[in-house]
Design a protein around this ligand. Structure first.
Ligand code: AHR
Length: 503
């Protein structure tokens, strides 16, 4: 079989690799907050109860934006329950996850944690059981400098300066019948438009995200986006997209091709948004906020929920990710980068314990799951301008997505330093030789080839006992000769190839 071919040219630009593509998500769900980022009494907790080990891993992960507080949770949440003296905060039933919410952690704690973690907060307002007024109240509390009841309440609670939250989600997954306060597209579209208009009266500098579909398989997908955008286009900056890929059926060939589905999903949401823009003669192009994405063994969720009554912070969907799952996550990041012109925000769901790159034991250590590694390396090295690559190579057949390419790639070029990062996934079960043509970027030398290969032990996971079983390793990289070189991508692997100008 001939080698796969990959040509990289700095003139084939897509857009800037926005830092906001490396977002994450903290929901009041399972042990993401309680026992995850926040655990007073833990030996490594700071005086505010923030786990230092998790803070450190969050920084190492390179997370830029963190969406909060949900997720399904937000659709029944009263934000004011989570501010003020902790002893006065009410215990409530959280209907989304059949959990008792203590409200020990709330808005002010999250904002303090976000500063400590070095991340930008992205807030969601409740448009399930609540409406325009409560969203405005929350925004006034968070962003208004002072001199009003709610902004002064924030100051009384210790935050003299406004939080200046720039990104706001108008509800969560309201197309889903599981959502508390589920709505039709018209009901939601009207409410989102009115909420957006009012919120921008309070703070015109904010950016707003309207809810798109919960996933591409929803029967209302695309019609939902079209109707919602008919109502909201002129008032919002993003339409959301969510997707999770479930490897539970063991169909490895298909799960490795999940990025093909994400790619089509993005194209379809863009087409729908552009259709509405054309109808309404809107000049401004809307972007996607891909604010929930990941691999998720979702079929196990119901069993988790059925197994218990109303309890505090139960272990929920604490999936152990395999080496194959890490390759899939790396490929989903490649896809998000490839659409950097139209995807402006992306949040991997979630940050700690709940389908997360960071796992903890309550009272015990924290460790990196397999999926931590491609995220951290991509966030660190995807700097500059995303370049379009059109790899030519073999294909294979999948049950879920038909015939798909074995090789998936994207490149990011940093014009300031001259560095080039090539991200490549070999979805196939055999090593894949690739001929690289870098003649458009003369004078590059190889820096490193990092690989996370799942071929030898696809089901390997990182656990408390063996936290480094799935870890990237270094391969030797050839320096291009006359702008050309060949690399071998290990079987079923995610790869980062770095090049820099010859000194
Ligand atoms: O991330 C877990 C859940 O998945 C979120 O709460 C919800 O928005 C989505 O369905």
């Amino acid at each position: 079989m001939p080698n796969a071919q990959l040509t990289i040219d700095p003139t084939f630009t897509i857009g800037a690799a926005d830092r906001r593509l490396f977002g994450s998500f903290v929901e009041h769900m399972g042990r993401c907050v309680y026992g995850g980022i926040y655990e007073p009494g833990h030996p490594d907790a700071d005086p505010r109860g923030f786990r230092r080990d998790v803070l450190e891993l969050t920084r190492e992960l390179g997370v830029s934006v963190v969406r909060y507080p949900g997720g399904n949770f937000v659709s029944g949440y009263r934000w004011e329950d989570g501010v003020g003296p902790v002893g006065d905060r009410p215990r409530r039933l959280d209907l989304a996850w059949k959990t008792v919410e203590t409200n020990a952690f709330g808005l002010d704690e999250f904002m303090t944690w976000a500063v400590e973690a070095g991340v930008e907060p992205m807030m969601a307002v409740n448009l399930g059981t609540r409406g325009v007024q409560e969203a405005c109240d929350l925004l006034e509390y968070a962003n208004h400098p002072g001199g009003t009841q709610l902004s002064d309440l924030r100051r009384k609670h210790g935050a003299e300066d406004p939080y200046g939250v720039r990104l706001w989600c108008l509800g969560n997954e309201l197309d889903g019948p599981w959502q508390v306060g589920h709505k039709t597209a018209d009901e939601y579209g009207r409410l989102a438009a009115e909420t957006a208009r009012a919120m921008k009266m309070i703070d015109p500098s904010i950016s707003l995200v309207a809810c798109g579909s919960s996933n591409r398989r929803m029967p209302t997908f695309a019609a939902w986006e079209a109707t919602v955008l008919e109502h909201t286009y002129e008032h919002v900056d993003y339409i959301s997209a969510h997707t999770y890929y479930d490897p539970s059926d063991g169909d490895r060939a298909s799960i490795l091709a999940s990025a093909v589905d994400m790619d089509n999903f993005i194209r379809e949401v863009v087409a729908t948004a552009d259709h509405v823009a054309a109808k309404q003669r809107q000049k401004r192009k809307l972007k996607i906020s891909f604010d929930e994405w990941n691999v998720w063994y979702e079929s196990r969720l119901q069993a988790d929920l059925d197994r218990r009554g109303w309890v505090e912070a139960p272990a929920l969907i604490e999936d152990d990710f395999t080496a194959v799952d890490a390759v899939v996550v790396g490929d989903l990041l490649i896809t998000l980068l490839r659409h950097a012109d139209r995807v402006g925000v992306a949040c991997q769901a979630q940050l700690a314990n709940v389908i997360a790159p960071i796992r903890t034991r309550t009272g015990g250590p924290a460790w990196r799951q397999s999926i931590f590694h491609p995220f951290a390396l991509t966030a660190r090295h995807a700097r500059g301008t995303v370049l379009r690559t059109e790899p030519v190579g073999p294909t294979y057949e999948t049950k879920r997505y038909g015939e798909v390419p074995v090789l998936d790639t994207v490149a990011v070029h940093d014009e300031e330093t001259g560095e080039l990062a090539v991200f490549a996934v070999n979805r196939g079960p055999n090593e894949l030789p690739v001929d690289l043509d870098l003649r458009g970027l003369p004078g590059l030398r190889a820096v490193e080839h990092v690989t996370l290969a799942a071929g030898a032990d696809p089901a390997a996971t990182n656990t408390e006992a063996e936290p480094t079983r799935v870890t990237p390793r270094q391969l030797t990289t050839p320096t291009p000769d006359g702008g050309r070189c060949s690399v071998a991508l290990p079987a079923c692997s995610w790869n980062l190839l770095r090049f820099a100008p010859q000194s």
